[in-house]
Design a binder for this molecule. Structure first.
Ligand code: FEO
Length: 501
């Protein structure tokens, strides 16, 4: 067998920082629709895979063998997913057989039915682990038992964390890879692209030179079960999937914008024809559209000049103020104002909307001499997800000692590159005539800013270089100074192995 592991100068251009998203202009449709498999191809005569679970052909010799979970209520035991979620896995049949990632333990029955059927009696030679978070790796132990000759291709950090989670020691069957390493499996040569902290430290992506597929781990993924339609061009993605794709990205990966930007710069240097993520639809057409979304989200640039109004209210006074502001903003010519009750809306929805909108109006009661608890939770989550470059307007309410405006501002001022529109409006229990005038004035200021006639929207600022990267495993320490006695929690090396990012 012509199998070898070698290092080559893959993505040299990326190191020079060239190209970036210029790739969007050259990425077009691909020739990878489910055309009949070529005579003699591994899938010849099986292109529809009728009767084989959730299997779909991705190319002539790469099959989708992932599984959707429609029973799950909370992803990561945090995020409501009423549309379910897909755990994507792919199988390449070349001179060697290669499995790309596995699935969550909840769906292993269907997964092994798929895998067994597509292998059709062949051995599994390699398991590539692009991301070992348990929603993709909790079936690995069983794969290794069922296919004792399979070798595991992963990063050093992935091998360590895999063992931590599952007591799964792969030392005697692991091929540890780093940036630009390649693996030839016959006609196909796979190249491994490191993507640390997108969104775990061990993440890598795999590029297949024959198909032009980038197996992109969680990047370009989405909440939502796949209902037979595998490809993004087989669904109305913008209408039916974009909100969940945005909510998935912003909540799961949103904190790591700089790391995503680094990977997008690398992606801009190779001819990607298809994006195969570990969740959600596969992209084979119009890749520039989803890449542009990722460029906006990861640079914390508002996706739209739009307003969201979020209120926290107990007896209705603050809710009335929020409604009045929303109506006035709309009457001033701003379309699609979005209003949310912070107590009734899951915070993951609010985070996603905050990444979409340029302007955010916050109205909160004072509670226990602080910010209303659900509102405070939302603001701290905004900070945790590193939101930047937004305009805020504030309304506070307190029946005897209104403090929430001052306290909300203290949290928001910790975000990068935010500005405030108008004067904070202070309400005592419910807005009287004077306060309604003040609310009108605030709404007009917000509308003016959105429409470009008022206070300018904060300009985008580059993310500060305050991260240190472990040169051994890719772990990222966030902070301006790396402590002298710091020890990498993943691979155990000291500060001399860290480089300023
Ligand atoms: Fe889908 Fe980060 O696991």
């Amino acid at each position: 067998m012509n199998t070898e592991l070698s290092r080559r100068d893959f993505l040299k251009a990326a190191a020079s920082g060239a190209a970036g998203l210029a790739v969007a202009g050259v990425l077009g449709g691909s020739a990878f629709a489910e055309e009949p498999a070529a005579e003699g191809a591994p899938f010849a005569g099986k292109k529809k895979f009728a009767g084989i679970g959730s299997v779909r052909a991705v190319t002539d010799d790469i099959a989708y063998i992932g599984v959707s979970d429609r029973r799950i209520q909370l992803f990561e035991n945090v995020y409501p997913i009423p549309r379910g979620v897909a755990y994507n896995s792919y199988l390449l049949l070349d001179e060697k057989t290669v499995l790309f990632d596995t699935v969550d333990r909840s769906v292993t029955g269907q997964f092994f039915e798929n895998l067994t059927a597509v292998l059709d009696g062949r051995e599994l030679d390699y398991l590539v682990v692009d991301h070992m978070e348990p929603d993709h790796s909790s079936a690995i132990s069983e794969v290794l038992v069922r296919y004792p000759k399979a070798q595991v291709v992963c990063t050093h950090a992935a091998a360590i964390i895999l063992n931590q989670f599952f007591a799964c020691d792969i030392a005697d069957r692991a091929i540890l890879v780093g940036e630009g390493d390649t693996l030839n499996v016959g006609k196909h040569t796979l190249t491994f692209v490191m993507a640390p902290m997108v969104h775990w430290p061990e993440v890598m992506m795999t590029y297949d030179d024959v198909s032009g597929i980038l197996f992109s781990a969680d990047a370009f993924g989405s909440f939502g079960a796949l209902n037979g339609n595998l490809f993004a061009d087989e669904v109305d993605f913008e209408k039916d999937w974009l909100p969940d794709a945005r909510r998935y990205y912003t909540n799961i990966v949103g904190k790591y914008g700089k790391q995503v930007q680094d990977v997008l710069a690398k992606a801009g240097t190779v001819d990607i024809k298809m994006l195969c993520p570990t969740h959600g639809p596969v992209w084979r057409e119009n890749l520039g559209w989803i890449l542009e979304k990722y460029s906006l989200w990861s640079s914390y640039t508002p996706e739209e000049q739009a307003v969201m109004v979020v209120y926290g209210s107990v007896y209705g006074g603050t809710e009335s103020a929020a409604n009045a502001i929303a109506a006035k903003i709309s009457q001033s010519g701003v379309a699609d104002v979005a209003v949310y009750d912070v107590s009734k809306t899951h915070v993951s929805e609010l985070i996603a909307e905050a990444f979409r909108c340029s302007h955010i109006v916050l109205a909160s009661i004072t509670y226990n001499m602080g910010i209303f608890t659900p509102m405070k939770n939302f603001l701290l989550d905004l900070e945790a997800h590193n939101l930047q470059n937004r305009c805020f307007a504030l309304v506070e309410n307190g029946s005897w000692s209104p403090l929430s405006g001052k306290l909300m501002k203290e949290i928001l001022e910790r975000l990068t590159n935010v500005s405030f529109v108008g004067e904070t409006v202070t309400i005592f229990s419910s807005p009287d005539a004077d306060k309604r005038e003040a609310l009108d004035a605030l709404a007009e200021a917000v509308a003016g800013s959105v429409l470009g006639g008022g206070e300018p929207v904060a300009e985008q600022a580059p993310a500060a270089a305050t991260a240190w990267v472990c040169s051994v495993c890719g772990y990222i320490y966030e902070g301006e100074e790396l402590p002298d006695d710091f020890v990498c929690p993943v691979c155990g090396v000291g500060p001399d192995k860290f480089e300023l990012k």
